[in-house]
Structure formats: C-alpha cells, structure tokens
Ligand binder design. Sequence first.
Ligand code: HEC
Ligand code: HEC
Length: 333
Amino acid sequence: MNLQHKVLLSLFWFLPFLVNGQSTSKAESLRKVLQPYFVPVSHDYEELNTNKSKIDLGRRLFYDERLSNKKSVSCNSCHDLKKYGTNGSYFIGSKGKGNSSRDVPSLYNLGSLDMFNADGALTSLNDKLKQAFTDSNEMNVQNINQILKQLENDAKYQSLFKAAYPNHSKSISFEQVIEALEAFIIGLKTPAPIDSFLKGDDTALTSEQVEGGHVFNSKSCYSCHTGSNFGGQMIQKLGIAEKWPNQKDLGYYHVKKLSAYKMFFRVAPLRNVEKTAPYFHDGSSDDLGSAIKLMGRHERGMEISEADISKIIQFLNSLTGEIPTGYIINPFN
Ligand code: HEC
Ligand code: HEC
C-alpha cells in the first residue's frame, strides 16, 4: 500500500466517526432534555403473568356489548384497540350540554397518566372506569345492578370470576368488574422507538427525528407535553396565547365552575398521535401538521414554519409503537 492509499484509507475510517460523533452528541443532548421526566414504556411480563386471570376477565368485559344500556356498544366500539384505542372520529354525544361531544381518546399507555378525560376531571383510572359505565357519552348504563345480574347468570363469566377471585361465590360486584377492566387496560402498552432511544440506543431514532426532538423542545412544546406520555400530567389553558376558535366546551370550568378555569384542558398525551386523528377535545383538526400549526399559534403565539412542522412530525412519529395484537384478541370472535 502506498502512502496515498494509506491517507485515503485513514480518511474513510475517520469520516464516519466524525459524522457519527456529531449525531451522537445531538442524540445525547436530546436524551438529557427528555430523560428527567421520563419512564420508558415496556411490557411487564411478570405482571401480565400474575394478573392473567383478571386480565382475561377484563378483556371479555371490554368487548362485551351487553354491558351498555341498549346492549349495542362495547368499550371497543369507540375505543377500537386495533386503531390505537380510538374510533378515528369525533364523537357527538347526546347530552346537548357544553361537554357533550368530545373526541375519543386512546386507551394505550394509560397506566402512567395522572388525569383522565379531555378536561382532566378524574385523577384515578378506577374512578374514570366507573364513569365510563354511567356517562351518557360512553356506556350510558342506567342500572348497574341489572348489568351485574346479567353477568351472574352467565356461566362463562362465572368461571372467569372464579378464576380471578378465588373466594368468589355467585354474586359479582361493580368493584370487581372495574378492577378486572383496569388490569386489562393497564396492560395496553405500545413501547416505541423513543423508549429504546431513551434507554440508550442511538440507532432507535433517525437523525431527522433527533433533530425534530430538538425543535419540539426549542418551541417549548415539552414544557407542557412532558413526562412518559408527552402529556397527561397537567391542565393548561387552550388559547393561552391566542383565543381558541371553538368556545363551546369550556373544559375544566364545567368541573369547578370557576371562571379562571375557562378553556382549561388536559395537555393531551402524544404517544401514537400519528395514528389518532382527529385532534383536540373538539376534533377540530384532521391532520397532525395543522394540529402543530394551531398549537404554535394558540399556545405559543408563534407561526411555526412548514420546515419545522415536518421536523416535529418526524419526532412525534418516534412515539408510535406497535399494537400488541396477541393481547387484544377479541374473545367473542
Ligand atoms: C360511545 C363511545 C364510548 C364508549 C362506548 C366508551 N367510551 Fe370511553 N370515552 C369516550 C369519550 C368520548 C371519552 C372522552 C370523554 C371526555 O374527554 O370527557 C372517553 C374516555 C375514556 C377514558 C379516558 C382516557 C383518557 O385518556 O383520559 C377511558 C379510560 C375510557 N373512556 C374507558 C372506557 C371503557 C373501559 C369503556 C367500556 C366500559 C368505554 N370507555 C366506553 C367514548 C366512549
Ligand atoms: C401551554 C401548554 C401547551 C404548549 C406550550 C403546547 N401544547 Fe400541545 N396541547 C396542549 C393542550 C392543553 C392540548 C389539548 C387541547 C384539547 O384537548 O383541545 C394540546 C394538544 C396537542 C395536540 C393534539 C393531540 C391530540 O391527540 O388531540 C398536539 C399534536 C400538540 N398539542 C402538539 C404540540 C406541539 C407540537 C407543541 C409545540 C409547538 C405544543 N403542543 C405546545 C397544551 C400545550
């Protein structure tokens, strides 16, 4: 090998190192920003095993149409688990009040959320699940005891309850129903590239996604959309910088009746956001690009450039995980 070749070779060896070295530090600095508020999502196989009989019971309840008022809808009718737990449409409720119509939220990765519903009115999953039965926008059940009686007279449910609750005799309580549903729902997880990335794998995100993560942070999106779900930890005023066009649903105000809370909504969790259009409590945005544009305008008082919007989209796509197809098999099929 002559000298020229040697120089060339060493350059080839050095070049990728340079490129890599540069992107590693960008990756590392993004990790430093995100990590303090972040617990990676992963499947907890031990818990899935220990809780198996409760989860099996919860899964059947989730898909059972007989639990609704008119025996016409199951949880899955609106929270379609094959579609990331939403039905892809804005839900028009029946109450005719301010909060009667809201977009259907995803049911994946709820285990680490601090608040539930678009207004963040409920702070425990257990309370939320009870409300899902009684709310006229969800299961609209008038008489829980009637539903429980129905389950008691079903041989399949009797054996599932017996397996989940060894001391079970015949009667079934609402609390047990909720507990089983909760066990099933907590197991609905979608680990995503962002989780591998934050556990230290630089290759989990493309360099565009890392770049997008920095834009997401530099536009202060992360100040509200924080934590493991990039949201779901606080309520904030929607329209803090510029008034939100749709003022029909006033959010947390309907809960507390204090004018200071007008238009306060839960900061929406962003996992799988790529797959869960439409966006916002009022379903007012059909695509992610325009949702980000609206956020810039109404939450930050800035117009975000198209180039930055596509970078942010790239980053948000790294929060998309895989649907656990084996876990969500409909037992009625
Ligand atoms: C007819 C449609 C419909 C049905 C059926 C339905 N839901 Fe919902 N669900 C919604 C809507 C709409 C919301 C949002 C309510 C809000 O923001 O105030 C919601 C919210 C939720 C949430 C809160 C999620 C979050 O991120 O805050 C959970 C959990 C939930 N539902 C579970 C269930 C379960 C379990 C069932 C079955 C027992 C069920 N739902 C049945 C429409 C439905
Ligand atoms: C001041 C707090 C705040 C800031 C800053 C903020 N957001 Fe939001 N974001 C919210 C709230 C509150 C909601 C829920 C609004 C609703 O339900 O109508 C939301 C909803 C969203 C949604 C819709 C998610 C869904 O499933 O409906 C997206 C996407 C989003 N934000 C992205 C961003 C991006 C990107 C930025 C940075 C440019 C950003 N947000 C900055 C508070 C904020």
